[in-house]
Structures are given as structure tokens and as C-alpha cells.
Design a protein around this ligand. Structure first.
Ligand code: NAI
Length: 257
């Protein structure tokens, strides 16, 4: 018996990184998962590699969708419902960075980050919630970040990630009466292509960048995508049904100093 037997989960930005680890964990615990990402072949490949993909009765789905585009989101959610038979869990994980100090930040840097994180989470949640409300059941998990608390060079990303926390609290108020839990996780430094890209941009070798971040962290290591997946699985499970509107920091205590 898995915690997600019979559940259908949608994870955005799940072709790699944290999203893929969440999809993997949900699938390990019995869910059928729709892997949503920009590139259809990468999404399909990721879905085909999930646990259970080879079982005759289990079918995961990989599909292309730009979460910042309303028509693309509506079509993707309808495809999940018709091909997998419903939707019970939504993880708004898709993300991008366009880091720059404010005086060098372009309008496009700002709009792109707001578009994927905030508009994306809004559009996906609006499309999913009608199914959740009708069936009086749903779990929504949003990805915030420790950067919500402020991070040099990330005025756009930080604003979006704190916006996600306000969005999460408000959905907690609006949707909880319909059997829908909405929460957020705020990761610290997690070793993925996103943080590798930051190292490259700063001109620091990836391993050195991870080492520096590990040394500065109270638990003396960087996070792995699986650390976030474990928290996601708990918050999207029925064990967490009395938790809503919350943001859980999963950061090795990075904010404590
Ligand atoms: P990543 O860059 O490895 O993966 C992000 C995925 O999102 C990619 O597969 C990308 O194609 C997809 N994506 C981007 N724009 C999209 C769009 N418009 N529509 C659909 N998919 C799109 O990033 P990572 O590290 O796995 O991050 C996942 C989430 O966790 C993001 O929301 C990020 O902001 C957040 N986060 C990551 C941290 C880290 O240290 N890696 C720390 C705190 C938060």
C-alpha cells in the first residue's frame, strides 16, 4: 500500500531536477503522474523512466505545456483528466531564474520570472481547482524558496517566491472548505541544473560552488532533490490533511544564522 495508490498527480517542470524527484517519489508510492514540461520529448522520456511505467496497469503521461500560457495550461489539464482519468494533486514546480542586480535587470528578466512562477502557478491552479472542488478533494503544493526572504541579484525571483507564499496562504483560506490543502515548500540550496547554471554565471566551478554552499550550511551539506521530494510527499499525503496555507522551509537551517 502506497500513500498515493489510486491518485493522479500533475508535476510541472518535472522533466528534471526537483520536479522529477517529486514525480519519482509520488510514483514510488503508487501515483500515476503527469510530467509537464516545455519540451514534449523530455517530458515523455522522464515519464517513461518513472517507477511503475513498465507495469501494464500503470500509465504515466509526459506532455508539453508552457505554464505561463493560459491556452496551453487549459489544454494540458484537460488532457491529463481525459487520459489519466482525473487529477488529485498539483505541484507547481516549474521555474526559471533571470538573475541581475536591479540596475541591470531588464523588463524581460522581470516578466519572464513573474510569468513562469506566479502566472504559471495561478493558471495551473485555476485549471485544476474546478476538478478538485467538484470531487471535494485536492492537494496543491507550490515551490517557494529561501530567496523569498531576499537575495542579492534576485529582485525578480525573490518577489515571485514571496508572492508564492501569499498565494499559498490565500488558497488555504479559499479552498480548504472544499477538502483542498494548499501548502508550499521553500528549498534552500539544492544541487540541480538551476544552481549549476548560477555557478557557471558566477564563473565558479560547480563542485566548488556546492562545497562553498555546503560549508556555509548548518547541516554542512547542500540539499538534494530527494530532500524536497520527501517533504512534498508528506504535504501532499492525507497525513497532512490538517496542514494548509503553510510554507515549510527545507534548507538545512540556512536561515538560522
Ligand atoms: P531546473 O532548472 O533544474 O528545472 C526546472 C524545470 O522547469 C525545467 O525542466 C524547465 O524546462 C521547466 N520549466 C521552465 N519554464 C517552464 C514553463 N514555462 N513551463 C513548463 N516548464 C517549465 O530547476 P530546479 O532546481 O529543479 O527547480 C525547481 C523549482 O524549485 C523551481 O520553482 C525553483 O525556483 C525552485 N527552487 C530551486 C532551488 C534550487 O536550489 N535548485 C531552491 C529554491 C527553489
Amino acid at each position: 500500500m502506497g500513500r498515493f495508490d489510486g491518485r493522479i498527480a500533475v508535476v510541472t517542470g518535472a522533466a528534471r531536477g526537483i520536479g522529477y524527484a517529486i514525480a519519482q517519489r509520488f510514483a514510488q508510492e503508487g501515483a500515476r503522474v503527469a510530467v509537464i514540461d516545455l519540451d514534449e520529448s523530455a517530458a515523455r522520456k522522464a515519464a517513461a523512466a518513472l517507477p511503475g511505467a513498465d507495469r501494464p496497469k500503470t500509465s504515466h503521461l509526459g506532455l508539453a505545456c508552457d505554464v505561463a500560457d493560459a491556452a496551453s495550461v487549459e489544454a494540458a489539464v484537460e488532457r491529463v483528466v481525459s487520459e489519466l482519468g482525473g487529477i488529485h494533486i498539483l505541484v507547481n514546480n516549474a521555474g526559471v531564474t533571470r538573475d541581475n542586480l536591479l540596475f541591470k535587470m531588464s523588463e524581460d528578466d522581470w516578466d519572464t520570472v513573474m510569468g513562469v512562477h506566479l502566472r504559471g502557478a495561478f493558471l495551473m491552479t485555476r485549471a485544476a481547482q474546478k476538478h478538485f472542488v467538484n470531487q471535494k478533494y485536492g492537494k496543491i503544493l507550490n515551490l517557494s524558496s529561501v530567496s523569498a526572504l531576499g537575495n542579492r541579484g534576485q529582485a525578480n525571483y525573490s518577489a515571485a517566491k514571496m508572492g508564492i507564499q501569499g498565494f499559498t496562504r490565500t488558497l488555504g483560506l479559499e479552498l480548504s472548505p472544499f477538502g483542498i490543502n494548499t501548502n508550499a515548500v521553500a528549498p534552500g540550496f539544492i544541487a540541480t541544473e538551476m544552481t549549476d547554471a548560477t555557478a557557471n554565471r558566477l564563473g565558479v566551478p560547480v563542485e566548488d560552488f556546492r562545497k562553498m554552499n555546503a560549508e556555509a550550511n548548518p547541516v554542512r551539506r547542500v540539499g538534494a532533490p530527494e530532500d524536497i521530494a520527501a517533504a512534498a510527499a508528506f504535504l501532499c499525503s492525507d497525513e497532512a490533511s490538517y496542514i494548509t496555507g503553510q510554507t515549510l522551509y527545507v534548507d538545512g537551517g540556512a536561515r538560522l544564522d
